[in-house]
Every structure is written in C-alpha cells, then in structure tokens.
Design a protein around this ligand. Structure first.
Ligand code: FES
Length: 316
C-alpha cells in the first residue's frame, strides 16, 4: 500500500445522478482542480462521510480519466449512516476521501475469455474491468443478477455491449444459475462481485480448475476463532507486548495503546489495515487475502484476524 494512498484529499461533487432505484452515481473531482491519482480497474476509495463514518466505494469510471472519479452508492435498507450521507451529497458539496487502493486487481487475459459475474451494486468494480477487457480484445461476458429492472444501474452503458451482457432479473424469474455458469466458464477466469449469497454459490460450484476471483461487499459471517483465549502482540519497533483479550480486536488494542494503525472498514473487507507479521501464526478472518496469499504473504488484517499461537510479532 502506498503512503500517498492514505493521504486524505478534498473532493468536490461535480455531478450527481440517480442511476437506479436507491442508487446514486457521484462524480468527484479534486477541489483544487489538480489531476487525481492514477488507479487500476478494481480499485476503491474511502469516502469519509462524517465522524467515524467511512465507506469504501469502487471506482466505476474510466481509469484514464484523471479529472474525475465516479462511484455509485446503494442506499442501504437499514439506512446505515454511510449510504444515507453519500446520498445526501449534492453537486458542489465537498467530501474527503482516501485512496485509491486495490485488493481486486484485474489482469485482462492475453488470450481466451473472461467471465464477469455481478449481483446488484457489485457491478461497480466490474465496469472498469469490462472496459479493460473490451479494450484488450478479450472474449468476455457479463452475467448480471438484479432484483428488478428498476434496480438496474448504468442501463445505457451495459446495453452498448450488446449480447455480451446477460441480465438475470429475479422478479422476472431470471435467477442466475451459479453452477451452470461456473461449468460453462471452463478454464476462463471468473471475476465476481456481489452479495455473499451469490459469491458463496459460485464458490460452492467451483472445482479445482475454476479460476474464481471474488470481491464481497459485505463482511463475512465469521467462524469461531482458532484460539479462544487471549494472545499477545509484540511491536517490533519497541519490543512492547500488548495483550489482546478474546473480546477485542488487535486493531482496538493497538489504538487503545496509542499505536497508529490505518483502518477503514474495520470488518475485514477493504485491506486498509494490512500489517506485516514478522513472527507467529495468523488466524486469518478477513475477506481480502486469497487462500494462496494467506500462505505466501506475511501480512494480516488487524481489524478482524487474530493469532493462532500465543504471540504474534508485528512490524509496527
Ligand atoms: S480496516 Fe478494512 S480490512 Fe481492516
């Protein structure tokens, strides 16, 4: 993660569009008129929407456009603060943001096909990937599941791709068949984003040959920790040892001892709090690292992951 991606910047809402029922698209430019940082398909930004309210939103515009970013925000049913505050933004309003950063980096295949699968607002990170796949000449398709046509954003953009886009509208009996989709993908990579139910169905249908890349937009229902009792974290820079009780996260313990740790979602989905582990075995509980990354990358998300051993040494 780049330090500069953790710098807060002030953005101005240059355009606000209701793109579907309960979904608003916001175009954001730097308030000082300077170009925005570069980003790659699959990246997201953190919008700071009030005291202690931050939300991650995928960038869904053209990465080559350094003048403006676009995000789309679904008003959440329970009216949780982040989405309500984002919907309340109007053209001309200022909003602070960090990023972009990416936990969902996309490589358009040089040959063969690529399958995109989206559910609801999960279309957002895929839009820029689709743009890249189209530009590279890849043979791509999108299967997009929505509850109703009223909830379908970016209709014109998707229609321009013709029959590469297949809609599955559940109130028209058009539910997406995850098993059939995975089987038809063969060796083509699948890039999917959406609610846990959709991603779990794809995961359940996957075989050893399936090349499945997923980005959840909700936190997982976590299993019980490997280790129920407290454990220790040692800070490599000072040698200080902190105890992490069973009912607190590593992040909370760090913060309560004045140790600076950047965080955002605090539920294991954004990757902001990634911390290098120098020693010890981690009980990974995030939805950022893939199974392979858990084996090869000496890092953990301190907001949710815990120790599977008595002590972890962290590069802090
Ligand atoms: S703060 Fe988002 S993964 Fe930890």
């Amino acid at each position: 993660m780049s330090f500069f991606n953790d710098v807060e910047r002030e953005l101005i809402v240059t355009r606000r569009t209701e793109v579907a029922e309960d979904i608003v698209a916001l175009e954001l430019a730097a308030s000082n008129g300077r170009p925005l940082p570069a980003w790659t398909p699959g990246s997201h930004i953190d919008l700071i929407l009030g005291d202690s309210v931050e939300r991650q939103y995928s960038l869904c515009s053209d990465p080559s456009d350094r003048d403006a970013w676009r995000v789309a925000v679904l008003r959440e049913p329970a009216g949780r603060g982040g989405s309500v505050a984002a919907h309340a933004l109007r053209e001309g309003d200022l909003v602070r943001a960090r990023g972009p950063r990416s936990n969902f980096a996309f490589d358009s295949p040089a040959a063969g096909g690529v399958r995109f699968v989206a559910g609801g607002i999960g279309i957002t990170p895929l839009l820029s990937m689709i743009r890249a796949a189209e530009a590279s000449g890849a043979d791509w398709t999108l299967d997009y599941a929505v509850r109703s046509r009223a909830r379908l954003p970016f209709v014109d953009e998707l229609a321009a791709y013709g029959d590469r886009v297949r809609l599955h509208v559940s109130d028209e009996a058009g539910r997406l068949d995850a098993s059939a989709l995975v089987a038809s993908a063969g060796g083509d990579p699948i890039w999917a984003c959406g609610p846990a139910r959709l991603l779990d169905a794809l995961g359940a249908a996957a075989t050893a040959q399936t090349r499945l890349h997923i980005e959840p937009f909700t936190a997982a229902v976590l299993p019980d920790p490997v280790r129920a009792e407290p454990f220790e974290v040692e800070l490599m820079s000072t040698g200080e040892v902190l105890e992490v009780p069973a009912d607190r996260s590593v992040l909370e313990v760090l913060e309560s001892h004045g140790v600076f740790a950047v965080s955002s979602c605090r539920e294991g989905t954004c990757g902001t709090c990634e911390t290098v582990v120098v020693e010890g075995e981690v009980d990974h509980r995030d939805r950022v690292l893939s199974p392979a990354e858990r084996q090869t990358s000496p890092v953990m998300m301190v907001c949710v992951s815990r120790a599977a051993c008595p002590r972890l040494v962290l590069d802090l």
